[in-house]
Write a protein that binds this ligand. Structure first.
Ligand SMILES: O=C(O)CCC(=O)C(=O)O
Ligand SMILES: [Fe+2]
Length: 212
């Protein structure tokens, strides 16, 4: 089992979440580095991405009703990295410079490679992402998901799929990197809850490797 390490050892928090006996070896590991990007670098990327990403409204079918997802989204990647989420097949848009720059930096840091990124724009605290796991078949069984946050600080919650009393709360600050790996998606759900008091926007990028 390959484990990915953040090369920058300073200030990296590592959380090992409970799994079952069968998956003890791979573990469910979450790593967090609050200052992965410097403050100015984070602002520069935020401004470029806010302008350059082709932000889209997206709909989702819930109980036979088509609803708008409470955030804007965009999917970028290698041409063949198609990905199904929210019940729809997404063809990636071609890479733009700032996304490619962050991807390359992450690949160096983590020693693994990504072929796509889901971009989310939370316009303010009334935007959110509900409980889910990034456990789509296209990502393989133990995906490494690298999540970069820019802009407003937002809460990030983790909850065990079978034992909802097991929970973790984190605060994703601008410039931070969160890596979920091992069996995290198999055993745990995550969400970005609504925070009505927040008036600033946040961009989140989750880099993934779609298995072709
Ligand atoms: O915005 C975040 O921090 C989480 C995004 C996420 O979970 C996803 O894109 O699957
Ligand atoms: Fe997710």
């Amino acid at each position: 089992m390959q484990q990915f390490d953040l090369n920058l050892s300073s200030g990296v928090e590592q959380i090992e979440l409970p799994v079952d006996d069968e998956h003890r070896k791979e573990g469910a590991i979450v790593k967090f580095q609050s200052d992965y990007l410097g403050p100015q670098q984070a602002i520069d990327f935020y401004n470029k991405l806010y302008k350059q990403v082709d932000w889209q409204k997206e709909t989702l079918w819930i109980f036979g009703e088509e609803r708008l997802v409470p955030r804007l989204v965009a999917w970028y990647g290698d041409p063949e990295a198609e990905y199904r989420y929210s019940g729809k097949l997404h063809k990636p848009l071609p890479w733009i410079r700032p996304l490619q720059d962050i991807k390359e930096q992450l690949e160096q840091t983590l020693g693994c490679c990504f072929n796509s990124v889901l971009c989310n724009l939370y316009r303010d605290g009334s935007d959110s992402m509900g409980w889910h796991a990034d456990d789509e078949r296209e990502l393989g069984s133990n995906p490494v998901i690298a999540s970069v946050s820019l802009g407003a600080k937002r809460a990030f919650h983790l909850k065990h799929k079978k034992n909802p009393k097991l929970r973790h709360k984190m605060s994703l600050t601008s410039g931070s990197l969160l890596v979920m790996q091992g069996a995290t998606q198999k055993f745990w759900l995550h969400q970005v809850p609504k925070e009505p008091k927040i008036t600033e926007a946040r961009i989140n990028l989750t880099f993934r490797k779609v298995i072709l």
